[in-house]
Design a protein around this ligand. Structure first.
Ligand code: AMP
Ligand code: ZN
Length: 468
């Protein structure tokens, strides 16, 4: 299996540190709002990498953090007049709902930065003892030049960085020994969450979080470290400097980065007003469609989000789901049990599609080609299975299809579940019916929703609903 390593800028054969096991860390979101569809890309991509590694028989320890202390969280808390903790807890819960919708499996561990401060302080202490960090007025900085390999991931050299140093100087940080030095610990400002430390009451810098959480849950050396390409510099470069300086070992063997997701060929940003959350998409589509869309391109290629591409993904996914449904239907009506010799031969042929699927995935996780192999496989079962097929043959065809779609994280059992948008539309219609005193219609809508597992509650603030 080959994967592209940002460190060497080459595709490399994957050899785990320990046979049969993979230790993998994926930088998670900062939780101050609903996640946007850009954040969803690394979640889906690396969940698929994990699923393929498991399909190959590896035991994967998958760690992904939530950054729950950050300027943006504090700003949002001040705006709403609540605590930072309330903001981060709320959006972690919302993020987990979105992950479930996208069929992104929970990590083995989802550490929270705020629960790991003690370990971060220890790591900073070690760095100071080793002469790799220093304190000035309550702030601790990493002494970047002390780490000779700085720049090895982003392929920048220290002198180039030095010539751009003016832009690196941030107000209030002019006490640094060198403009390249970065913050490990900073004193609190009035009203900010803070923790005690030997240097000041304050909070950790962002980069040290991941170095510490990765070490605590996966050990000093890991196989794969991943995230979006914007994290290569400075976040991952700084993580390497901290971890390798503190532990004296190579931190991660393979560094994987997904390219960005754009919208209608433009960068997604708040100022352009083209920012889309996963939650908004879920009102229009089953999030499986979003997942399939994300996997329709190679993870290292930029991907453009558009209504047309989502529609194409929707119909592609429907084709696969229909094939599975058809097999289930035929199975329910099959007249014979055991496979015939002819069927056994036909089944053998499906091995070809499995091989195509695997070789696409083994080539740096080419999910686009892997999905093409699934479509070929669908076409084959649509033409070979019919009312005369045996139950065993149909079951085997279905199992084989599911084993591949499972790797992509696609659920082919058709979901009858209603989308949030559909539910809300029906609730509005029910309100209108009540207003018009058409109680029969209002009750019929309530019953229809109940049948689909949606429970309505009339409250003073309006109608609330939940899934049973
Ligand atoms: P953040 O919350 O900004 O730290 O981002 C969480 C993850 O989402 C990181 O791995 C980012 O690199 C990734 N990410 C953010 N925006 C995008 C985007 N537009 N396309 C792809 N990945 C993104
Ligand atoms: Zn990180």
């Amino acid at each position: 299996m080959k994967l592209y390593n940002t460190l060497s800028k080459r595709k490399e054969e994957f050899v785990p540190l320990e046979e049969g096991k993979v230790r993998m860390y994926v930088c998670g979101p900062t939780v101050y709002n609903f996640i946007h569809i850009g954040n969803a890309r690394p979640m889906i991509v690396f969940d698929t990498v994990r699923r393929y590694l498991e399909y190959k028989g590896f035991d994967v320890n998958y760690v992904s953090n939530f950054t729950d202390v950050d300027d943006k969280i504090i700003k949002k808390a001040i705006e709403e007049g609540v605590t930072a903790d309330e903001i981060s807890k709320r959006y972690i819960a919302e993020c987990k709902k979105d992950m479930e919708g996208m069929n992104v499996r929970p990590a083995t561990t989802h550490p929270l930065a705020t629960e790991e401060i003690g370990g971060m302080i220890e790591m900073i202490r070690t760095l100071i003892e080793k002469g790799c960090a220093y304190e000035k007025n309550g702030t601790v900085y990493f002494r970047t030049r002390k780490f000779k390999e700085y720049g090895k991931l982003s392929h920048k050299n220290l002198d180039d960085l030095r010539s751009g140093e003016r832009s690196l100087l941030v107000t209030g940080e002019d006490e640094k020994e060198d403009p390249l030095d970065f913050v490990l610990w900073k004193p609190k400002k009035e009203g900010e969450p803070s923790w005690q430390s030997p240097w000041s009451d304050g909070r950790p810098g962002w980069h040290i979080e991941c170095s510490e959480m990765s070490k605590k849950y996966l050990g000093e050396q890991i196989d794969i470290h991943a995230g979006g390409e914007d994290l290569v510099f400075p976040h991952h470069e700084n993580e390497i400097a901290q971890s390798e300086a503190a532990n004296g070992k190579e931190f991660a063997k393979y560094w994987m980065h997904n390219a960005f997701l754009n919208i209608d060929n433009r960068k997604m940003s708040k100022s352009l007003g083209n920012f889309r959350t996963v939650r908004e998409i879920s009102e229009q589509y089953d999030l499986q469609v979003l997942r399939f869309f994300m996997l329709s391109a190679h993870y290292r290629s930029p991907l453009n989000f558009s209504a047309d591409l989502m529609e194409a993904s929707k119909s592609g996914l429907t084709r696969i789901v229909n094939a599975a449904d058809n097999l289930k239907f035929l199975m329910g009506n099959a007249k014979t049990e055991g496979m015939t010799a002819e069927e056994a031969e036909a089944y053998e042929k499906t091995q070809e599609y499995v091989r195509a699927f695997e070789s696409a995935m083994e080539d740096d996780f080419n999910t686009a080609d892997a999905a093409a192999a699934v479509f070929e496989r669908v076409k084959y079962s649509n033409t070979t299975a019919d009312a005369g097929s045996s139950k065993e043959f149909l079951q085997k065809l279905l199992d084989r299809l599911v084993s591949l779609t499972d790797v992509l994280g696609l659920i082919v059992d058709r979901k009858e579940e209603m989308l949030d948008g559909e539910i809300e539309k029906l609730i509005e219609e029910r309100q209108a019916a009540r207003k018009a005193k058409d109680f029969a219609r209002a009750d019929a809508i309530r019953d229809e929703l109940l049948e689909k597992g949606i429970i309505l509650k009339d409250t003073r603030e309006g109608v609330q609903w939940k899934r049973a």
